[in-house]
Design a protein around this ligand. Structure first.
Ligand SMILES: *Cc1c(COP(=O)(O)O)cnc(C)c1O
Length: 378
């Protein structure tokens, strides 16, 4: 396939098309926003409660507690189990920093296990060797939209009396063995950051749980540790959801499955077009027990990533490297050295994420693939 065979699309390709999606639903979104503005109920209140109910129903969980961001959702979950200084949380070094940041903020200790090369999710078979008397929780990340192996994680957690907190920031609507994520672990954290598959028009997040006690704790902590105004029974934070964001998300939620299906189709198209080049391009592997919402479509290039990135820049095709520096090597949490997690480090050095969103069309994907191959000298 060469450039000459695939024509450039008529409009610029977006990594994530937030404006394109807004335009499609503009009337509905505009009137929802205006309604909130006119209501005077700007924080929590009826719009937030309605969205919480809709999410709980969509995910099949008992409790959905809205908060200010996905990062806050992780922190609220860790505060709800009363994480103590020195308590250990087992997680992956190949994720967005928020996962580790919240553990460290509470003076807990992130304990990493390496990832599986095929799914980029934490390698469940390495978890047990990292469990100590200080281990409190396992925090798997459903990376790029694909659930981690929740069957094995739940088994290990039960055996060692550990809490499971799912970082589902990238995976709303994904399933593991037929069950939606967010309702599998003890708690889950969701992000509605604008580039996530269910994106607000600002920061927004949510914690889900099937446990009534944890739900009560999360709600209290998110509201200054207060159950009754001006009585503060525990240490809390201010992490509430703006009603405008809730109203926007309520408009969007009914379309989420359709968008996730579009992303899935786009991923299949990419993989089909790369099929004949498997010695050059490793396409994403989807575990047969999982469905992914394809937060990212990430390929591994054993050689030539820099040339491909350079070529894509030249022709104006957006792309990303998630994540270039694993968390054990980040200065803020640097407690590791190169070589500690070889699979993670290999992924960081060779991964490349291509445009992925619900509005992406085949014509654009063909163009992107042709230029990846051209960058590789095919
Ligand atoms: C986006 C994200 C977060 C943080 O969510 P925010 O809403 O941006 O605070 C946490 N973990 C992962 C894996 C994410 O992708």
């Amino acid at each position: 396939m060469t450039e000459a065979m695939v024509e450039a699309p008529s409009k610029p390709i977006q990594m994530v098309d937030v404006i394109g999606q807004y335009r499609r639903y503009q009337d509905e979104i505009d009137s929802a926003v205006l309604e909130v503005v006119k209501s005077g109920k700007y924080i929590n209140g009826p719009y937030v409660q309605a969205f919480e109910r809709e999410m709980a129903e969509y995910l099949g969980v008992r409790h959905a507690i809205a908060c200010a961001s996905g990062t806050d959702a992780l922190q609220l979950a860790l505060m709800a189990i009363d994480l103590q200084p020195g308590d250990e949380v087992i997680t992956t070094p190949f994720t967005f920093a928020a996962t580790t940041e919240t553990i460290a903020l509470l003076h807990g200790k992130p304990v990493y296990v390496d990832i599986e090369p095929a799914t980029f999710n934490l390698d469940v078979e390495q978890i047990e060797s990292k469990i100590t008397p200080r281990t409190r929780a396992i925090l798997p990340v459903h990376l790029f939209g694909q659930p981690a192996n929740m069957t094995r994680i739940s088994e290990i957690a039960r055996k060692h009396h550990l809490i499971v907190i799912e970082d589902a920031a990238q995976a709303v609507g994904a399933t593991w063995e037929g069950k939606k994520v967010c309702g599998i672990g003890d708690m889950a954290a969701i992000s509605f950051y604008p580039s996530k598959n269910l994106g607000a028009f600002g920061d927004a997040g949510m914690v889900t749980t099937n446990d009534d006690k944890l739900a009560h704790a999360i709600r209290t902590i998110a509201n200054h540790g207060s159950e009754r105004a001006y009585y503060h029974d525990r240490l809390g934070v201010n992490s509430r959801l703006d009603a405008i964001q809730a109203a926007i998300l309520s408009v969007k939620l009914p379309y989420l499955d359709e968008w996730n299906a579009n992303r899935s189709r786009a991923a299949a198209t990419y993989s089909e077009l790369f099929e004949d080049y498997s010695e050059l391009v490793q396409t994403p592997f989807l575990d047969p027990r999982a469905t992914s919402i394809w937060h990212q479509y990430s390929i591994i290039l054993s050689t030539g990533r820099e040339q491909v990135a350079q070529h894509l820049r030249e022709v104006g095709i957006p792309h990303g490297i998630y994540y270039p520096i694993p968390l054990h090597l980040q200065r803020a949490y640097a407690d590791g050295s190169r070589g500690d997690f070889p699979t993670t480090e290999y992924a960081a050095d060779h991964i490349l994420s291509l445009p992925m969103h619900s509005e992406l069309i085949s014509e654009e994907i063909e163009y992107i693939v042709s230029h990846v191959l051209e960058g590789l000298g095919v």
